[in-house]
Design a protein around this ligand. Structure first.
Ligand code: NAD
Length: 266
C-alpha cells in the first residue's frame, strides 16, 4: 500500500496509557497525522495486538507496544530505553496515563496516594527526563502532558489527583523554560469531564462519598461543573493534542490549557 508520509516528515510518538480512553484517541490522531507510535498501557494482550495491527494498517505507520507499569521507575526507564533504541528518539511524548481515587482526605488510603503521585506525576518526570536528550539532538520535540481541569481548580475527595495534576502543571512550565530555545515545546492540556472508563469507575465512589445516587452524580456533580452540560469528547481532546504536536504550534509552550466546556471560567 503506498502512503503519502515520507520518512523525513515522520516522527515517533510515545503515548502513555494509550490502550484506553483519551490516550487511545490521541494515539489514533497522531497515527492519522503520519507518526509512528509507541503504545503503552494495560489490557488484554490479544485486544492490544489487534489494536496495534489496525492502527498500523489503517495509517501506514509503525506501531510498537510496551506494557510497562509506569508506577515503577525502573520499568519506565526500560520502556524508554527500548523505544529510543528502536526509533532513534521519541520526538513526541504524550504523558497521559493516569488513575483516580475518590475518598475524604482523612480516609484516603496511603497506597492510593502513593500510586496516584507515582503514575500521574512522577512517571511524567521519568519519561520526560529520558526523552529530552534525543529531542535536543534532533532540535525538535513535543512534550504534551494530559493534566486536567483539576490542574487549575480543586474538587473535594480528590486530594491526590488534584495534587498530582497541579504538580504536572508546574513541571510542564519548568520543562518549557529549560528547552525553549531548542525547538522543543512542553504544554499541559486540561480536559474537563470526558466519558471514559476512568470517569465511569469513579461514579459509584463519588455517590458513596456524597450520599447521592449515581444518576445524581452524573447530572449534579460532573455535568454541574461544565456550563455546556455536556461531556468533552475524546475526539475533541485528540484533535487539540494533535495540533499541539504539530509544527504550527511551535510558539505555544509552557501553556496550561483548559478544554473543559467552560468549567474553569467560573
Ligand atoms: P482511562 O482509564 O480510560 O485510561 C487510562 C490509561 O492509563 C489506560 O490505558 C491504562 O491502562 C493506563 N494506565 C493506568 N495505570 C497505568 C500504569 N501504572 N502504567 C501504565 N499505564 C497505566 O482514563 P482516561 O479518562 O482516558 O484518562 C487519561 C488521562 O486523562 C489521565 O491522566 C486522566 O487523569 C486525564 N483526564 C481524564 C479526564 C476524564 O474526564 N476522563 C479528565 C481530565 C483529565
Amino acid at each position: 500500500m503506498s502512503h503519502p508520509h515520507t520518512r523525513l516528515l515522520r516522527k515517533t510518538a510515545l503515548v502513555t496509557g494509550s490502550t484506553s480512553g483519551i490516550g487511545l484517541g490521541i494515539a489514533t490522531a497522531l497515527a492519522a497525522a503520519g507518526h509512528d507510535l509507541v503504545l503503552n498501557g494495560f489490557g488484554e494482550a490479544a485486544a492490544i495486538e489487534q489494536l496495534r495491527g489496525e492502527l498500523a494498517q489503517l495509517h501506514g505507520v509503525k506501531v510498537r507496544y510496551s506494557g510497562a507499569d509506569l508506577s515503577d521507575p525502573a520499568a519506565t526507564q526500560a520502556m524508554m530505553d527500548e523505544a529510543i533504541g528502536a526509533c532513534g528518539a521519541i520526538d513526541i511524548l504524550v504523558n497521559n496515563a493516569g488513575i483516580q481515587y475518590v475518598a475524604p482526605v482523612d480516609e484516603f488510603p496511603v497506597e492510593k496516594w502513593d500510586a496516584i503521585i507515582a503514575i500521574n506525576l512522577s512517571a511524567a518526570f521519568h519519561t520526560t527526563r529520558l526523552a529530552l536528550p534525543g529531542m535536543k539532538e534532533r532540535g525538535w520535540g513535543r512534550v504534551l502532558n494530559i493534566a486536567s481541569a483539576h490542574a487549575l481548580v480543586a474538587s473535594p475527595f480528590k486530594s491526590a489527583y488534584v495534587a498530582a495534576k497541579h504538580g504536572i502543571a508546574g513541571f510542564t512550565k519548568t520543562v518549557a523554560l529549560e528547552v525553549a530555545t531548542q525547538g522543543i515545546t512542553a504544554n499541559a492540556l486540561c480536559p474537563g469531564y470526558v466519558w471514559t472508563p476512568l470517569v465511569e469507575k469513579q461514579v459509584p465512589d463519588t455517590a458513596k462519598a456524597r450520599g447521592l445516587t449515581e444518576r445524581q452524580v452524573i447530572d449534579d456533580v460532573l455535568l454541574h461543573a461544565q456550563p455546556t452540560k455536556q461531556f468533552v469528547t475524546i475526539e475533541q481532546v485528540a484533535a487539540y493534542a494533535a495540533f499541539l504536536c504539530s509544527d504550527a504550534a511551535a510558539s505555544i509552550t509552557g501553556a496550561v490549557m483548559p478544554i473543559d466546556g467552560g468549567w474553569t471560567a467560573q
